[in-house]
Write a protein that binds this ligand. Structure first.
Ligand SMILES: [Zn+2]
Length: 304
């Protein structure tokens, strides 16, 4: 089983601090790296995490605020300098495309690879990306500008056949293949062996959801129901809930309330306001509501 690892590259909010890089995370599955948000300095963080930027196959940008986007241009320029030839897919709001075109035309003399820009659809829930190991769909978020979260889902695994069923009916290779295709088998004695009797699911497909930046949005719960890991922004403590509402952000308590509502297995908090030099109190507020909560810390790796 190829491991799914999430690396926190940056966990700070827009106001810079000496301690936190702006938002970026990398989900890596085998050799493939999927980059989610790309704040300034992301390529440096990738190198610190021992993830070669050349491994990035696609970049998913939630919204066009500087602390989620500015690292993209440097990353593209460096990838071109390093001789990349594989295409790079970018999923973002359509307004990024002309900016990207201008920046690349000006700063990158010879782009050695194809930049495939995919504007995000306006309607959430759409599957925007799929390869042989996973698919990505969008989650509705509410912020000051158009914003979408992303859900990464492993493809459903092929079912297995109970070994005792194979033995009991002395199944041939052909009959096993038929069952695995999802078809019932007619046995020699005239009985029908159904897939329900013969097949079982080894484990549930893995899933990860990323929600930043956003107001508390209960309506998004159905899009992330039961995911293995949810990253949800937690910019403020509950005492500043009005400020959270005014700026389109969430409190740690709201992130935990959302995690509980969506029955996720584990919650990861991040995007802390620079006013909290130590984010521990944010964690304390959240665990009171959703115990399985962790703070995103730069370069931490979370297994999914
Ligand atoms: Zn923002």
């Amino acid at each position: 089983m190829t491991p799914w690892n999430l690396v926190v590259l940056g966990s700070g909010s827009a106001k810079p601090t000496a301690f936190r890089s702006p938002s970026a995370q990398a989900l890596y599955v085998g050799r493939q790296v999927y980059l989610i948000d790309c704040g300034e300095g992301t390529q440096m963080q990738l190198c610190k995490a021992a993830l070669a930027p050349e491994r990035v196959v696609a970049v998913f940008i939630t919204h066009l605020h500087a602390d989620h986007t500015l690292g993209l241009f440097g990353l593209i320029a460096s990838l071109s300098m390093s001789g990349r030839t594989a295409p790079l897919a970018i999923y973002a709001h359509r307004d990024l495309q002309p900016i990207l075109d201008t920046m690349v035309a000006f700063f990158v003399v010879h782009l050695n690879f194809e930049l495939q820009f995919h504007p995000l659809p306006d309607t959430p829930g759409a599957t925007i990306y799929a390869d042989r190991q996973l698919s990505v769909s969008t989650i509705p978020l509410h912020h000051r500008i158009p914003t979408m979260g992303f859900k990464f889902e492993e493809h459903p695994l092929p079912p297995n056949i109970y070994p005792e069923v194979i033995e009991k009916y002395a199944l041939t290779r052909q009959e096993i293949a038929t069952l695995k295709r999802g078809e019932d088998v007619l046995l020699e004695n005239g009985d029908v062996l159904s897939t329900t009797e013969a097949l079982y699911q080894r484990r549930n497909p893995r899933s990860f959801a990323y929600m930043s930046d956003t107001l508390y949005t209960a309506a998004a719960a159905e899009y992330v129901e039961g995911v293995d890991l949810l990253y949800h922004e937690a910019t403020y403590m509950q005492a500043l809930i009005q400020l959270a509402k005014d700026t389109g952000h969430s409190t740690a308590q709201q992130a935990a309330t959302f995690a509980k509502l969506a029955h996720v297995k584990k919650l990861l908090l991040g995007h802390y306001s620079a006013r909290y030099t130590d984010p521990t109190p944010l964690l304390q507020e959240a665990v009171a509501i959703f115990p399985n909560t962790t703070l995103a810390r730069e370069l931490d790796v979370h297994k999914i």
